[in-house]
Design a protein around this ligand. Structure first.
Ligand code: ZN
Length: 243
């Protein structure tokens, strides 16, 4: 079984299309939340994910905020501006789809959440959060998004020792027996690890491999559309630097 793993699409249709082209032929998709927010095509992105057919999708904080179910007090000014625009823009069927998404889902061998496993809206940004997620895991693999940084943590079952590596340029993780893994595939639509290329992953369950990959997309088209729609220019500019 080969899963395409997508996270943090954030209304960036050009990035999503480029990633899905690379993923053609996978058996199913795992979507780690934040389909909307920031970007100029929230409806098209939700519709594209809905049309994937075999997709297991969890909800992110921006998805909840876009349907009025998550306070934006902790959002920065630009994120809040974009969410207010997204709230106006979203169609009723797409709002209903986002409202139907769970905060956590499980497939054989893996659990999927947007943030950390104990709190799906918490950022998994270091060893402390990784440890609490490892302790809550019953599957060998946990797939997370939310930070838009491609990276992974592993824990030795025997010693409890934790390791960590960034996957800013992509990379191949060979899953070993006796270890647990937390993998963040990075952001499709708004990478924040200094690499502006769209980030995603392929999990091959028979090979026991998760491969994080990066792909170029026409980010100038996304930026131009954001400017035309009057979305904050800082949000368009950050796409160019991947921060
Ligand atoms: Zn996000």
């Amino acid at each position: 079984m080969r899963y395409g793993v997508l996270s943090d699409i954030h209304g960036n249709l050009e990035a999503l299309r480029a990633v899905l082209r690379e993923l053609s032929g996978v058996d199913a998709y795992l979507c780690l939340g934040d389909l909307v927010g920031y970007g100029p095509n929230p409806n098209e992105c939700v519709e594209t994910v809905r049309a994937l057919g075999s997709v297991h999708c969890v909800v992110g904080n921006h998805d909840l905020a876009a349907i009025g179910k998550y306070a934006t007090d902790w959002f920065n000014f630009y994120a809040r501006e974009a969410i207010m625009w997204t709230q106006e823009e979203l169609s009723e069927p797409n709002r209903a789809f986002l409202a139907s998404l769970p905060t956590k889902t499980t497939v054989p061998g893996a659990v999927v959440v947007h943030g950390s496993l104990p709190d799906p809206m918490e950022y998994l940004v270091g060893e402390a959060e990784a440890r609490s997620t490892f302790e809550a895991m019953t599957e060998p693999l946990c797939l997370v998004g939310h930070t838009h940084v491609a990276e992974y943590y592993w824990r030795e079952n025997y010693s409890g020792e934790i390791g960590h590596a960034l996957l800013t340029k992509g990379g191949r993780i060979e899953l070993q027996l006796g270890r647990r893994y937390i993998v963040n595939p990075g952001g499709v639509g708004q990478p924040r690890d200094g690499n502006p290329r769209a980030s995603y992953a392929v999990w091959d369950t028979s090979q026991e491999v998760v491969e994080v990959r990066r792909v170029n997309y026409p980010l100038n088209l996304t930026q131009r559309r954001m400017k035309q729609l009057g979305l904050p220019s800082a949000l368009a500019e950050r796409l160019g630097v991947g921060k």
